[in-house]
Ligand binder design. Structure first.
Ligand code: CP
Length: 325
């Protein structure tokens, strides 16, 4: 069978069809089973992935780098301060040069208003696939791992499941919009009803909310927005309580952090979890702010699947690289 995904970028799941995503998830499941069985899968022998991190990472870096090792290839960790990007080298030159050496370029760049534009500019000039490892708008690999985790728990037919995406109050820094935005875009395409719950100042990008509505209509699912935290939990099968910044209200960090402090009760706890379906699972992409976003009782409890979710980053990214590189 011809691999129509060879050479393709992944910057948002919107660029891939439901069938292509389902195919990636099937391969991810096969690679997970092979790893568990101790079977080698050297699908990318002698191939190289360049990983450019403008922002910190634990899961993304280690799952991509480990994934390339397991596929028989090599991943190189790069940060702009150690590259000529720090002296102003542009996306075109970086893209063209790395394309002459290796087989794919992966980038994390979360600065609001800059990250997605930079990744798209690299993709415009690269002759190899460009993979987003998270930008200011999307986090496609995280959400593919989330969908894999949901399918493992509830089966491949996810139609009719209810997902709550709930804003939570977390201090110290303004977190990107990319996780909730990617969740509300992808899950309705697989028939999952989504409720987004957030205070009014924490609404997502209007064009992403509109696209999520359109995706829900096409996928035969519901997409609702509420300013009541509990609505994300009521009757839900899956809940992702996660902080993000009020970036549609203010770009000022001090003002943003002050707004976050106005809603200290937006924290996932046992009482909120009890509002869900008896099979409700708790998900979080990590890192989580324990005590502020979620109680230890929940994140360490029997409904939490956060380590499965983190593990599945490895498997979906191996499938992604094997299909595209
Ligand atoms: N979930 C996630 O992307 O984790 P890192 O920021 O550690 O890569």
């Amino acid at each position: 069978m011809k691999n129509s995904l060879f050479g393709r970028d992944l910057i948002t799941t919107q660029d891939w069809t439901v069938e292509e995503i389902a195919r990636l998830l099937e391969l991810a499941a096969e690679l997970k089973a092979a790893k568990r069985a101790g079977t080698a899968t050297p699908l990318l022998a002698a191939k190289t992935l360049y990983m450019i991190f403008f922002d910190a990472s634990t899961r993304t870096r280690n799952s991509f780098e480990t994934g390339m090792t397991q596929l028989g290839g090599h991943a190189i960790y790069l940060s702009p301060d150690k590259m000529q990007i720090s002296h102003g080298e542009n996306a075109k030159d970086t893209a063209n040069v790395l394309s002459r050496y290796g087989e794919a370029i992966a980038i994390r760049h979360c600065a609001f208003g800059e990250g997605n534009a930079y990744i798209r500019e690299v993709a415009r000039h690269a002759s190899v696939p460009v993979i987003s490892m998270q930008c200011d708008i999307y986090h496609p690999c995280q959400i593919l791992a989330d969908l894999m985790t949901i399918r493992e728990r509830f089966g491949r037919d996810t139609r009719g499941l209810k997902l709550g995406v709930a804003w939570t109050s977390a201090p110290n820094y303004v977190r990107p919009l990319s996780v909730p935005q990617s969740l509300i875009l992808l899950m309705p395409r697989f028939g999952i009803d989504v409720t987004l719950a957030c205070p009014p100042e924490f609404r997502l990008m209007p064009e992403i909310e509109a696209q999520a509505k359109a995706n829900a209509k096409a996928g035969g699912a519901r997409f609702e927005i509420s300013d009541c935290f509990e609505d994300a939990f009521a009757g839900a099968n899956v809940v992702v309580p996660k902080s993000w910044g009020p970036l549609m209200t203010t770009r000022d960090t001090k003002q943003g952090l002050a707004l976050i402090e106005q809603y200290p009760t937006w924290r996932c706890d046992g009482a909120r979890m009890a509002l869900g379906s008896p099979d409700l699972i708790y998900m979080h992409p990590l890192p989580a702010d324990r005590g502020r976003e979620v109680t230890d009782e929940v994140i360490d409890g029997p409904r939490s699947v956060v380590y499965d979710e983190a593990e599945n980053r490895l498997h979906v990214q191996k499938a992604l690289m094997a299909l595209t590189m």
